[in-house]
Design a protein around this ligand. Structure first.
Ligand code: ATP
Ligand code: MG
Length: 433
């Protein structure tokens, strides 16, 4: 029978890769905690209506990317294509948003039926933060500071650029949309079918078209900046000055509108040139209207989502995963000879109890010394502890060997088994310094 394969665009994360993931997850979790954000978990599947209402019916995501199907009751459900909608639904449903401020974070898989390619998958993972009940722009600056701190901790700052834009309020954009539609109608002959449809349903999305002819036709089109209200502009300018004070460089990108309907005021994206075409690793902004759109009380809101696969790709290709993160073992215990299993099990447990920060791997299944040593080397362990007995015997083993596992040295020392813990401590200390 043919070997079964995963669904295209849905990746397995294998053990050597999962080390990079764990590293990224641990750094992200440490930082959100330091900024006072709390975790929220919500289902990976929701009623389709939630995404239609929040993301917008005329968006790439809802029109062509969602995994939508009827469940056994005939209800239309969708795999979540992003986290904000579910986060707002959950927070609102459980009364977290009423008259209070919340700083939340989430992480997990998202699903979009896109054409799979490097940095673009059908199941991918996001880390996100959402802050509720705060008018900003201080909270917007805080959120950007959080992301900048993450890049710094990951040693990626120099590879990432912050792009920001002011997209105005929902009303501002409605007025702008009308003007844009009028302009696009006058250029209809130069537009492709997609753009012609969009010009009537969601004209701002035409600005994002990658087709050169459409971009040409856009020359001289109305400018959103001429439609944004003073309030939005004030917010934006204040955000800029906060970013400058916080030493977070940014560039303004008037074409950045983001693919989701729910944003207002400031939007932003962190982009990189080190990933090729899929350059956006984090996107977000304010979305003050969303909670109300989903049936809650009007609630101020802001947040971002990070694409984890793209960050892992960056970390791996730039060699930014610390070496320690790759080693599944620190100490590897070899067991050569017979009747040693009890003693070996007891010994590794003592080492684990004394040094809880170490990964101590016990060689199981026997085998020759050399083949066990090979495994010890490939485990990445710094030290091997060798239990060895030449002949059959029931006496307890009195001595073990500690061996340094450096390629250029085979330093080893025989120590009494009762003395193993302090001796191992000495070896570890010497190897750290
Ligand atoms: P893009 O312009 O690359 O399609 P997007 O604007 O659709 O991105 P968002 O909805 O803003 O993406 O999601 C936030 C982040 O999630 C993106 O910046 C990106 O890093 C990541 N992301 C989005 N879609 C995918 C995907 N299909 N595969 C992997 N990562 C993705
Ligand atoms: Mg997209």
């Amino acid at each position: 029978m043919a070997k079964l394969q995963a669904i295209r665009g849905m990746n397995d994360i294998l053990p050597d890769q999962s080390l990079s993931w764990q590293y990224l997850e641990s750094v992200f979790q440490r930082i959100v905690k330091r900024f006072g954000y709390q975790e929220i978990r919500f289902p990976i599947m929701e009623r389709t209506e939630l995404f239609k209402r929040s993301i917008g019916e005329v968006t790439d995501i809802v029109e062509k990317e969602m995994y939508t199907f009827d469940d056994r009751n005939g209800d239309s459900v969708s795999m979540r294509p992003e986290g904000t909608a579910g986060c707002v639904r959950a927070a609102n449903q459980h009364g977290l948003l009423y008259n209070q401020q919340q700083r939340l974070w989430y992480s997990g898989p998202m699903f979009r039926h896109e054409r799979p390619q490097k940095g673009r998958y059908r199941q991918f993972h996001q880390f996100g933060v959402e802050a509720f009940g705060i008018a900003g722009p201080d909270i917007d600056a805080e959120i950007l500071q959080l992301s900048a701190t993450l890049w710094k901790e990951l040693s990626l700052s120099e590879f990432l650029t912050l792009e920001i834009n002011n997209i105005g309020s929902a009303e501002d954009r409605k007025r702008y949309g009308l003007a844009l539609t009028k302009f696009l109608k006058s250029k209809a002959g130069q537009l492709d079918e997609d753009a012609r449809n969009r010009m009537l349903t969601n004209p701002m999305r035409v600005l994002e078209s990658k087709i050169p002819e459409v971009q040409e036709a856009l020359e001289g089109c109305p400018n959103l900046q001429d439609f944004v209200s003073e309030k939005s502009q004030e917010h934006y300018l204040k955000l800029q000055s906060l970013l400058t004070r916080a030493n977070i460089p940014f560039i303004e990108n008037a074409h950045l509108v983001r693919g989701l309907d729910y944003y207002n005021y400031c939007v932003y994206e962190w982009t990189t040139e080190s990933l090729g075409a899929q350059g956006a690793v984090c996107g977000g902004g304010r979305y003050d209207g969303l909670v109300e759109m989903l049936g809650g009380k009007p609630t101020l809101a802001a947040g971002f989502a990070i694409g984890a696969e793209r960050l892992v790709l960056m970390l791996d290709s730039l060699g930014k995963i610390p070496k320690e993160a790759h080693n599944p073992a620190d100490v590897y215990v070899l067991v050569v000879g017979v009747n040693l299993a009890e003693q070996a099990l007891e010994l590794v447990q003592r080492i684990r109890t004394e040094y809880p920060q170490l990964a101590v791997v016990l060689h199981c299944g026997g085998g020759k010394y050399n083949s066990q040593l090979k495994k010890a080397f490939s485990s990445g362990a710094r030290f091997a502890v060798v239990l060895e007995r030449e002949e059959t015997g029931s006496d307890d083993l009195k001595n073990v060997k500690i061996r340094r596992l450096l390629e250029d040295s085979a330093v080893s020392e025989t120590v009494e088994i009762t003395n193993i813990l302090p001796k191992l401590g000495e070896f570890l200390q010497n190897s750290d310094s």
